[in-house]
Write a protein that binds this ligand. Structure first.
Ligand code: MSP
Length: 513
């Protein structure tokens, strides 16, 4: 079986400063990308920027810039962010690129050719901030202003000529598809939400706008631009060179393994996108996972609410890996989570500095002093050693299957427990008292080093930079990290040198200590 894995993040609206919600989506996607890579998969990891539509046109106008100039500048900040976050994305797509625009127009023509699109008039509510149409029952009035009940963003009334996609026709086929593919929408709470929305009835969807021009032109009608969501969603296949179905990228990576998205854009990915694909006779992605929000207080963090936490500031102050670890550990995956600097500092001090960093330092220092700076050669495992070493082997299949279900919470708990057990093992075995039984001392050191190696391999998708520093102990580099080797008990080469490493995580002095 080909081991290919195609993961996507949503392409970001280029807003002047990326916030923690953006960073979160990307870091999680990077976790899956790295995990699958070390598990022997060829990974295609796509991210990018979503640059058309009224929202962008207005933002550019506000700054007195031509939209493309505005996008060029801001798209670059997201490209920079992907570097700052140490993402392993294999592509970065911009919807203003020709490769993308061509695919969007092709898809449009396919839909039109097969009578899935017709020209009519739209009148209804539209949120520019969400780039979404809302029904009357999805709107409320607060302080004299009409807003969307779910996103709380302002809506405006629009009436204009528009092309429509026959979404209503796909109600039944979509429900059948969800039924046959129960994992298509995950987690299950989101699936239920989507199913009940579809069951309540789908209306045809307006898929073009006439009153502004910043978008991909409707083929054959230069008065209309294609609705920005039809344009944006298509990025997932334009990046694989669709419509060239014979293209290597398309053959290898479509259907996508995982569209990772925030729950606010579930409707677009779990209803509209599969309906467009069904209509165009393109295979559907395997899974759409809607994660929760990073909250600030009780609210979703977003630029329009002015409650943004700046990931760059946090990275400057604490470093990238602590932020990656913190977001993965403390935001229960699938649910909303609050960010707290205090909890971040606790994570650094207890999990990273004490449980992982200190373990690496202690064991290495002891081995350098007592085992001649080498991986001990003469060893003889006892039950205590086998017990802890074999746990990794026994759990590997389970770990893989949990990751295929995006059970990040299981994964991080597994690591936290393993670190606890590793420290306990080293303390309980008291190798410093075994100086007159060198085989036992060697075996404890060897076992501890192997555990550090195994845990480091598992930690790599979460804190890659720090793990690579830790693996210098064994002269191991990125290409040596293979998930299957987590099950090996004698991976380290006996007699090889052990290197001293710098402190991995500095403890934070806390004001209230
Ligand atoms: N441009 C669209 C996506 C098009 S995909 C074909 C978009 N962009 S966005 O910049 O607003 O959001 C990008 C991603 O960040 C979405 O998955 C969104 O859910 C996520 N987040 C934005 N704010 C967030 C939080 N406060 N918390 C967690 N993720 C959130 O939507």
């Amino acid at each position: 079986m080909d081991k290919n894995f195609y993961i996507t993040t949503p392409i970001y609206y280029p807003s002047a400063r990326p916030h923690m919600g953006h960073a979160y989506s990307s870091i999680i996607a990077d976790f899956f990308s790295r995990f699958k890579s070390i598990d022997g998969y060829k990974v295609h990891f796509l991210t990018g920027t979503d640059e058309h539509g009224l929202k962008i046109q207005r933002s550019a106008e506000k700054q007195g810039l031509d939209p493309i100039k505005f996008c060029n500048q801001i798209s670059e900040t997201f490209r920079d962010l992907s570097k700052t976050l140490n993402l392993t994305n294999t592509d970065f797509i911009r919807t203003t690129e020709d490769r993308h625009k061509k695919t969007v127009q092709h898809l449009w023509k396919e839909l039109e050719k097969n009578d899935h699109i017709y020209l009519s008039n739209y009148s209804g509510w539209y949120s520019v901030s969400d780039e979404a149409f809302y029904n009357e029952d999805e709107i409320e009035e607060v302080d004299g202003k009409k807003i969307s009940i779910t996103s709380k963003s302002a809506v405006e009334w629009i009436e204009e000529e528009s092309y429509f996609f026959r979404l209503s026709k796909w109600e039944k086929p979509l429900l059948e598809f969800y039924e046959k593919n129960p994992e298509f929408i995950s987690p299950s709470s989101r699936r239920n939400e989507v199913i009940s929305f579809v069951k309540s009835g789908l209306k045809d969807l307006s898929v073009s706008r006439k009153s502004f021009s910043w978008g991909v032109q409707v083929p054959g009608n230069k008065n209309h631009v294609i609705y920005v969501w039809l344009d944006a969603l298509t990025n997932y296949i334009s990046a694989l060179n669709y419509p060239n179905k014979e293209d290597e990228l398309f053959k290898k990576f479509w259907p996508a393994s995982l569209h990772l998205i925030g729950k606010d854009i579930l409707r677009f990915h779990a209803i509209y996108w599969p309906a467009f694909l069904l209509a165009a006779k393109i295979e559907l992605p395997k899974k759409v996972y809607g994660h929760g929000w990073i909250l600030s207080g009780d609210e979703k963090m977003s630029k329009s609410k002015g409650n943004i936490l700046d990931p760059l500031q946090i990275i400057d102050e604490y470093g990238l890996d602590p932020l990656r670890y913190y977001l993965i550990k403390e935001v229960s995956f699938g649910n909303d989570g609050n960010i707290s600097q205090d909890r971040l500092e606790d994570c650094i001090n207890s999990d990273l500095a004490n449980n992982y960093g200190n373990l690496c330092q202690r064991v290495t220092a002891f081995a350098i002093k007592n085992c001649d700076g080498k991986i001990p050669e003469k060893i003889k495992f006892e039950d205590d050693d086998f017990n802890i070493l074999n746990k990794f082997k026994d759990n590997l299949e389970n770990i893989r299957s949990k990751i295929d279900q995006q059970d990040l919470n299981f994964y991080i708990d597994y690591i936290v427990n393993s670190l606890f057990e590793a420290n306990k093992y080293f303390n309980d075995q008291e190798p410093w008292k075994k100086k007159d039984d060198i085989t036992r001392l060697n075996t404890i050191v060897f076992t501890s080093l192997e555990i550090i190696r195994k845990i480091s391999f598992l930690l790599y998708p979460i804190i890659p930079g720090s793990v690579l520093k830790a693996l210098k102990i064994f002269n191991l580099g990125e290409n040596d990290i293979k998930l299957e080797d987590v099950s090996k008990n004698e991976f380290l080469i006996k007699g090889n040198s052990i290197n001293k490493i710098d402190i991995l995580f500095k403890k934070i002095e806390k004001d209230n200590d």
